[in-house]
Design a protein around this ligand. Structure first.
Ligand code: ATP
Ligand code: MG
Length: 401
C-alpha cells in the first residue's frame, strides 16, 4: 500500500549556497544505497526528499525492509516515513486511511483492550475546503466507523497510535511511522580522510563518526606478518567491509609494519616500543594520505585509554608528522564507544580475539610518558628506518574490502 517514502533532513546546518550541494549529495547517496531497487526516482521537493517508483507502484514488504535498513545508513537524514500518496481530496484521503489503518490498529489491540489514537493533519493548500482541524475530525470519524467506540479513545498528547496526514496542492498523503535516520551530513559533502583502522573497538566507531560529518574514509591498517596471523588482516577487512555499507566502497591499504618493529626491537629502549611503533605508523599514514590527496588522518584515540594515549605520549607521537589528525573519540568514555559500536554493528567483529600489530614485541611495562628527547635519541640510532619505511610503503597492498 505504500507508494512513496518521505525523507526529512535538518535544514539548519545547510543554509545558503551549501544547501543545493548538500541536497544533491544526499540524493546521490540515496540512489546508491537503494541501488537494488530498480526504476526508482528520488526527488527534492520543498525541503523534503521523496523516493518513489517511476511507475508510482507500491513497495513490496521486502522492498520496504530494504528501504528501512538502507535509509538508516543515509547520513544526513533526520527521519523518514513510508507514505500512502493519493489525490488531494478528502475522499481520497479517507480511502487512504481506510485502506491502511487496520494492521496498525490490530497491532495496538494485541497489547491493549482500549487503544488511544490521534489524527494529525497538515494542510499547505490554504484554499482547501476544510482546515486542518476539520480534516482531523473527518479522518477520525472514518477510523471510528471501523471500531467499537468502547475500545477506542482519542488522546492528543500520548496516543498509542498516530495517523499523520498532509494535504498539499498537488497531492495528499498518510503515514503511521516516523523512523529515525542517522542524522549528520551526507558522506562526500566534506573532504575524504585516511583512517587508521585497527581491529579494536574504537577506530571503526571513529570512522563512523567522521563519515557522519560528511567525510568519506579510506582505511589503512598495519599488521606484523609473520608475527601476527593472516586472521589479523582478515578481521580488519571485514570491519572495513561493514563500514563501507555506509559509504561508496572505499579502499583498504594493508601495510606490514614488522620490518620496522624488528629494527626498533633490536636497537631501542623496550619501554618506548609502542610509542616508536606509533610514530612509524603515523609517518607511513601521512605519506599514504599525501599520495592519495587526503588532507587528514583519523584515529580512534581517546585520552587516557591505554599507555600510548596519555597526553604526553600522544604529543610525542603527533610530533612525528605534520598533518591534521582527527580524533572524534578523544574525550569519550569506552562505554560510549562500545554502545555506538553495538549500534552500528561493528562490536561483534571487533570483539573477536585476534592478535594486534601494536602488541608484537610489546613490553609488559610500556612508558606512559616517553620523553621526546629520549625518543629522538632512539630514532637517531636507527637511521636506516627511512629506507626500510620506503620498502614497507612500496609493499602496501590495496583492496576494496
Ligand atoms: P582501537 O580500539 O581503535 O584499536 P585502542 O583503544 O586499542 O583503539 P590503540 O591500540 O592505542 O588504542 O590505538 C589507537 C589508535 O591507533 C586506533 O584507534 C587506530 O586508529 C590506530 N591503530 C592502532 N593499531 C592500529 C593498526 N594495527 N592499524 C591501523 N591503525 C591502528
Ligand atoms: Mg587497538
Amino acid at each position: 500500500m505504500y507508494n512513496a517514502i518521505i525523507c526529512r533532513y535538518h535544514e539548519i546546518a545547510i543554509k545558503g549556497n551549501n544547501r543545493s550541494m548538500f541536497e544533491k549529495r544526499m540524493v546521490e547517496n540515496m540512489y546508491y544505497l537503494l541501488r537494488k531497487l530498480h526504476d526508482i526516482r528520488i526527488l527534492r521537493v520543498r525541503g523534503r526528499i521523496w523516493v518513489e517508483f517511476k511507475d508510482k507502484s507500491c513497495f513490496s514488504d521486502e522492498q520496504l525492509v530494504l528501504v528501512k535498513e538502507q535509509l538508516q545508513r543515509a547520513f544526513g537524514l533526520e527521519s523518514f516515513s513510508p507514505v500512502i500518496m493519493c489525490e488531494p481530496t478528502m475522499d481520497a484521503l479517507k480511502k487512504a486511511v481506510d485502506s491502511s489503518c487496520r494492521p496498525y490498529f490490530a497491532k495496538a489491540f494485541e497489547k491493549k483492550k482500549v487503544v488511544s489514537f490521534r489524527i494529525r493533519a497538515k494542510r499547505s493548500d490554504k484554499d482547501f475546503e476544510l482546515n486542518s482541524k476539520a480534516i482531523e475530525i473527518a479522518l477520525a470519524e472514518e477510523v471510528g466507523k471501523e471500531y467499537d467506540y468502547d475500545s477506542l479513545t482519542v488522546d492528543l498528547e500520548n496516543a498509542d497510535l498516530t495517523v499523520w496526514s498532509e494535504l498539499r496542492e498537488e497531492f495528499a498523503f498518510v503515514y503511521y511511522e516516523i523512523i529515525r535516520g542517522p542524522g549528520g551530513l551526507p558522506v562526500g559533502c566534506n573532504s575524504p580522510v585516511l583512517a587508521l583502522l585497527s581491529g579494536g573497538i574504537d577506530s571503526p566507531v571513529a570512522c563512523y563518526e567522521i563519515m557522519k560529518r560528511g567525510c568519506r574514509c579510506d582505511f589503512l591498517t598495519f599488521h606484523s606478518d609473520p608475527y601476527t596471523p593472516p586472521s589479523t588482516i582478515d578481521k580488519v577487512r571485514r570491519i572495513g567491509h561493514h563500514l563501507n555499507l555506509f559509504q561508496r566502497p572505499a579502499r583498504l591499504f594493508i601495510c606490514n609494519l614488522a620490518p620496522l618493529q624488528k629494527l626498533i626491537r633490536d636497537n631501542c629502549n623496550p619501554r618506548f616500543r609502542t610509542v616508536l611503533y606509533r610514530r612509524m605508523m603515523f609517518r607511513i599514514a601521512q605519506i599514504v594520505a599525501e599520495k592519495h590527496k587526503r588532507l587528514a588522518l583519523l584515529t580512534g584515540e581517546a585520552v587516557g585509554q591505554v599507555a600510548s594515549q596519555t597526553i604526553k605520549n600522544m604529543a610525542t607521537i603527533n610530533e612525528s608528522i605534520d598533518m591534521l589528525v582527527l580524533r572524534p573519540l578523544v574525550g569519550s568514555d569506552k562505554n560510549d564507544a562500545v554502545k555506538l559500536a553495538r549500534r552500528i554493528g561493528t562490536f561483534d567483529l571487533s570483539s573477536e580475539q585476534v592478535p594486534d600489530s601494536c602488541t608484537v614485541f610489546a613490553p609488559s611495562n610500556p612508558a606512559t610518558a616517553a620523553p621526546l628527547r629520549k625518543i629522538l635519541e632512539d630514532e637517531a640510532r636507527i637511521p636506516e628506518y627511512k629506507d626500510i619505511m620506503r620498502e614497507v610503503i612500496d609493499n602496501i597492498e590495496m583492496i576494496t574490502p
